[in-house]
Design a protein around this ligand. Sequence first.
Ligand SMILES: Cc1cc2nc3c(=O)[nH]c(=O)nc-3n(C[C@H](O)[C@H](O)[C@H](O)COP(=O)(O)O)c2cc1C
Length: 338
Amino acid sequence: MTMKNNYSYKLCVAPMMGHTDLHFRYLLRLISKKTMLYTEMVASNSILHNKSKKLNKLERNEDNPVGFQIGGDNPEQLAECAKIVESHGYNEINLNIGCPSKRAQSGNFGACLFSQPELVAKCADNISKSTSLPITVKTRLGIDNLDNINYLKDFINTVSSAGVETFHLHARKAILKKGINPRKNRSIPPIDYKRVYDIKKIFPHLNIIINGEINQPKDVLAHLNHVDGVMIGRAVCNNPFLLNDIDILIYNTEALDKEAIMKEYFLYIINNFNKNVKITDFTKHLACIFKGYIGSKHTRAYMCHELNYEKEPIKKLEELIFKEDLWKNGQDLYSKVI
Ligand SMILES: Cc1cc2nc3c(=O)[nH]c(=O)nc-3n(C[C@H](O)[C@H](O)[C@H](O)COP(=O)(O)O)c2cc1C
């Protein structure tokens, strides 16, 4: 299997269902030009039959680089999906081998594929025959009893032999058998960064990206001493401007004018809001900036739900963002995690 020339990135935003849709990615791209972004996971069946009626999950702005995350276990179907994804202009195919949900388990995709490395390799091999895009894998440190560095090493060995050069490692195992929900499995069991660092030492030629509870710019820098890149999820939902703080540290870029970014996103809303979409599809991504003030809970609920019922939602939104001082005075956004 020939390796494809993969490009590397130091920082990326994790795929997150309900969050990293095209609107949020538009906002994030306004804030950071260099950060790699990922879509939400889309199941291969949904891509093939275009079942997602609410938002077309394949839709893309000019927001490259973006990796498209797929969940699936059928090599032929995944190869078909990859062609479709490539034709939409995405830059990378990312396979989800980390989702512990019941739905993923019943479809034999996500974290349960961690116990089937040969099948994952076959999927990657088939995808690579149908597309010129790099294929990457997002997985966990282990699942249930398969929770040791030797197993992880074998998994990476097998899958990388099919041409996968980049692995995103959420630094904790997935718990499948005990039936804890995916949300809980994002905070337990405890995070284990050392195992990710050890994997990088074993595979110096692969891109190893670390993920899990990384919330502070200085911590990103510290991880970059051990691995090739850092993937951040919830902390970016809590504060999208975190990306600028990290870019300043990594690339010495300039600090952004937050209000100018808000203006651009507001214009994007005006240009794209119509009777077929809800205004909160756009504004839910702004709710986080109103954290930490008296009454902020109400404002956030308003941005996520009630704004839909206003007769003139754009006017209301404009008042909230530009005429009130709710979000402009600086606050500690790093401390709370969704
Ligand atoms: C709301 C939510 C949705 C998520 N959806 C996905 C997903 O679609 N695909 C995936 O691989 N991981 C998904 N994850 C897991 C994240 O990508 C990430 O691995 C996890 O949140 C740990 O990183 P963090 O501590 O920086 O948030 C999701 C996480 C959250 C909070």
